[in-house]
Write a new protein. Structure first.
Length: 256
């Protein structure tokens, strides 16, 4: 399982929110670029970056900091936050970013998502941010009436291959991941969609999707529990800033 250290950027600084609440912000470092270099030195191969300002404004905001991380590390990067047009996606991919995470548009603009998948394929992932199982959008400020599992099922059928699932109530809370919800999502996106329901014959349908879990990781034991579910990866944020998780030790044990 891949361990993704997280860098959330707000006002140019490396921060963590509590349960997605922008009024409950803890700043951990004034220089996200230096933090990225620190996580690379600990052995990270991937980095999860969220432009929080971009998520609120609906367009990338901290693009120069993302560029700085790209140019000063050899980390593979996935970046999300505010990318709600093809031009936004192209701007970030143009920096050499390996993966772009779409959120709001997966619910509000299916045509844009389908075109993004056509152009960039597996470089596109969707972040399913859920509040009590319902998809949240617009920087987590709006809770929809769409279940995360229902949306995931729909998106697998149009060719999406990777999801980042976040339980908002656990995010930044160091309360442990919502293993039940993660298991449910893993089952949902792993179902075989290659069966003709009328004749019960294989159709050569799409392969199962991959899942990266986020929210609540507070210890190495939490990461072990997620690894046992067969996930592609887990994102660790607050716990590596507080020292609850030793990133180097987690990577050495679980990335194999």
């Amino acid at each position: 399982m891949i361990i993704f250290p997280a860098i959330d950027i707000k006002d140019g600084q490396c921060v963590r929110l509590y349960q997605g609440d922008f009024s409950q912000v803890t700043t951990y470092d004034a220089d996200p670029v230096m933090v990225a270099q620190r996580w690379q030195a600990a052995g990270a191969s991937w980095l999860h970056v969220v432009d929080l300002d971009g998520a609120v404004r609906g367009q990338p905001v901290n693009i120069e900091l993302i560029r700085g991380i790209r140019e000063t590390t050899s980390l593979q990067m996935e970046v999300g936050g505010g990318m709600r047009s093809l031009a936004h996606i192209e701007q970030v991919i143009g920096l050499g970013i390996e993966r772009v995470i779409l959120g709001t548009v997966a619910l509000t603009d299916r045509g844009l998502l389908e075109e993004a998948l056509r152009r960039w394929g597996e470089r596109i992932a969707v972040g399913l941010d859920a509040r009590n199982g319902w998809v949240a959008t617009s920087g987590w400020h709006v809770t929809s009436r769409t279940r995360a599992t229902v949306l995931a099922t729909e998106l697998c059928t149009i060719g999406l291959r990777r999801f980042i699932y976040t339980d908002i109530a656990r995010d930044g809370a160091l309360s442990g991941p919502n293993l039940g919800a993660v298991k449910e999502m893993q089952r949902t996106i792993s179902q075989d969609r290659g069966i003709d329901q009328k004749n019960q014959l294989p159709t050569g349908g799409s392969p199962p999707c991959s899942l990266i879990a986020s929210g609540g990781v507070s210890s190495l034991a939490d990461l072990r529990s997620l690894a046992e579910l067969g996930l592609e990866g887990a994102i660790v944020g607050k716990a590596i800033y507080t020292g609850n998780v030793d990133l180097a030790a987690a990577i050495q044990e679980l990335e194999r």
